[in-house]
Design a protein around this ligand. Structure first.
Ligand code: FAD
Length: 497
């Protein structure tokens, strides 16, 4: 048997969002699907916790492209309203600069352009023109890169795709995102705001290609959303849908090996027992898949040729006060963005004046914090963890964050922190087996990054890969797209393509 026919047995390693989405898609295709997860819960990085009356979404906080989730419910013929609700958010992010300027980034493109003109003196046409090109780039090129396997001949023999790629402007590939943005905007603040989109997949705007300028279209063209109950509702919705479709989850089950003979997968080893399967899909970090489960050190080393994405240092603070001047998503920019990214990616160190991101879901759901209080998710970018000296001890980094917020919000943050938890790159690696604690697998810090990312299939027949460390990349939308690509590859193989 080579591919999915009715009741083919599929084993998925990992219950991250991509693993669960793949499980749903393959169950709908008629496979018997088993998901083995090392933790005692689904969701991987997409998790949450409660502390002292505060709710904290522990990992992702920005939700875009709900269509990827709707597609799963449509495919499964289940009413999404029974499982998942979300609403649009009017302000994608509130940006604070050290020079006192403040920008409300409205998701409505025209309002956003007016705000940029009013606050930064950036011509509104510069902003609307940029967003229009972002839309075109996303719709023409982005969809090719994100919805197809880049590693199958069928993609490159498709005439429409060849024609579209031929029309890609030189600058999007050969200029960095920063160069692209400086050529489009007059104000340094606008350049910094649009440079930030490189961090959406953990990359460096001074190295990543101008092609990443398609990302803003997701926010200002398609919208920013908030899932009722917080981000954890995404995990809960996928899990309940998977259960409904007959997917069997095995928690506290570490997959130790992938078994294959004569170049074809046979199953996995869990708790020292062989579990047979016709198809295996790895949702775990592809580096560890090769290193630990396939014992292929050469291939694992090969994967490291591509730079890892950045990681994060997160402070979860229960704040005994409400800050009316803050929104759901807030950014406090560093003064010198270039120096910040040099620290993160060249020196591999924490930066002393970091850009700070604060997410407060109590702004949308007051019940996420006790009355009169707020749940702050405070994140700074951190280098991927190779065990190096990151320059700043964690307590000192925390102090820098507090001093910056005191300065920019004219307040005394330490005095209002009621409760605290901390997440760092080492804990991220330990909790979800993400190599070096990278949030998004590999970075896009090179022109060919999209092509260098590991494909959704492997050299071993019937062994596939999904999730943030493989094509098309990290972040919830792309992880969900990887599930669609994998299930399509399996379906095509069944048809003998
Ligand atoms: P993961 O979530 O990495 O899950 C993999 C699963 O595999 C884990 O559950 C792990 O336990 C399991 N596993 C590993 N090895 C084994 C084994 N041997 N046996 C069994 N199970 C195993 N994305 C966004 O879209 N928006 C954001 O705002 C955003 N912010 C982020 C902030 C933080 C702090 C973090 C950590 C991530 C953020 N991301 C964000 C990235 C996003 O969370 C990830 O890209 C996405 O959740 C990854 O999903 P995944 O399916 O690839 O797998």
């Amino acid at each position: 048997m080579t591919a999915a026919t009715h009741n083919e047995k599929v084993i998925i390693i990992g219950a991250g969002v991509a693993g669960m989405a793949t499980a749903i898609r393959l169950a709908v295709q008629g496979c018997e699907v088993h998901v083995y997860e090392k933790n005692d819960r689904p969701g991987g990085k997409l998790t949450a916790f409660e502390k002292d009356g505060f709710h904290f979404d522990a990992g992702p906080s920005l939700f875009t492209q709900p269509a990827n989730i709707e597609a799963l419910f449509e495919l499964a013929e289940e009413p999404i309203a029974d499982h998942f609700h979300y609403q649009p958010v009017a302000i994608a992010c509130k940006y604070f600069y050290e020079n006192g300027k403040v920008v409300n980034a409205f998701t409505d493109a025209a309002n956003f352009a007016e705000e940029m003109a009013a606050q930064l003196n950036e011509p509104a046409e510069a902003v609307t023109g940029y967003l229009q090109r972002s839309k075109e780039l996303y719709e023409k090129i982005g969809t090719i890169f994100l919805d197809h396997s880049l590693h199958k001949r069928s993609t490159w023999f498709n005439k429409k795709i060849i024609k579209t790629l031929g029309a890609v402007k030189y600058g999007y590939l050969f200029n960095t995102l920063h160069q692209h943005n400086t050529s489009k905007f007059a104000s340094e603040e606008a350049v910094q705001l649009f440079n930030r989109y490189a961090t959406y997949n953990g990359s460096n705007p001074y190295k990543a290609p101008g092609m990443l300028s398609l990302i803003p279209h997701l926010e200002y063209g398609q919208g920013v959303f908030y899932p009722a109950g917080g981000m954890i509702s995404i995990t809960n919705a996928l899990y309940s849908l998977a259960i409904k479709k007959g997917v069997q989850f095995h928690f506290n089950s570490v997959v130790q090996n992938i078994i294959y003979t004569e170049g074809k997968v046979k199953g996995v080893v869990v708790d020292n027992e062989n579990q047979e399967a016709d198809i295996v899909v790895s949702n775990m970090d592809v580096y560890f898949t090769y290193k630990n489960l396939l014992n292929d050190q050469a291939k694992a080393k090969d994967i490291l040729k591509q730079e890892r994405s950045s990681s994060a240092l997160v402070f979860y603070w229960g704040i005994k006060k409400q800050f009316k001047e803050l929104e759901l998503h807030n950014i406090f920019f560093s003064k010198n963005y270039k120096e910040e990214f040099d620290h993160l990616f060249e020196k591999k160190q924490l930066y002393s004046d970091p850009t700070i991101y604060i997410n407060i879901t109590a702004k949308m759901e007051p019940a996420h914090a006790p009355a009169g209080k707020e749940n702050w998710f405070v994140m700074i970018n951190a280098p991927a963890n190779t065990g190096q000296d990151v320059g700043l001890p964690q307590q000192q980094a925390r102090q820098q964050v507090i001093e910056k917020l005191n300065r920019m919000l004219q307040t005394d943050i330490e005095a209002v922190i009621e409760t605290e938890e901390i997440l760092d790159p080492a804990i991220i690696e330990q909790k979800t087996a993400s190599f070096q604690g990278s949030l998004y697998g590999t970075s896009s810090n090179s022109k060919l990054a999209a092509f260098l990312r590991h494909p959704n299939f492997s050299g071993i027949k019937n062994l596939y890969c999904c999730g943030g460390s493989v094509h098309p990349g990290g972040g919830i939308p792309l992880c969900l797209k990887s599930a669609a690509i994998v299930s399509d590859l399996i379906k095509k193989q069944k048809r003998g393509h």
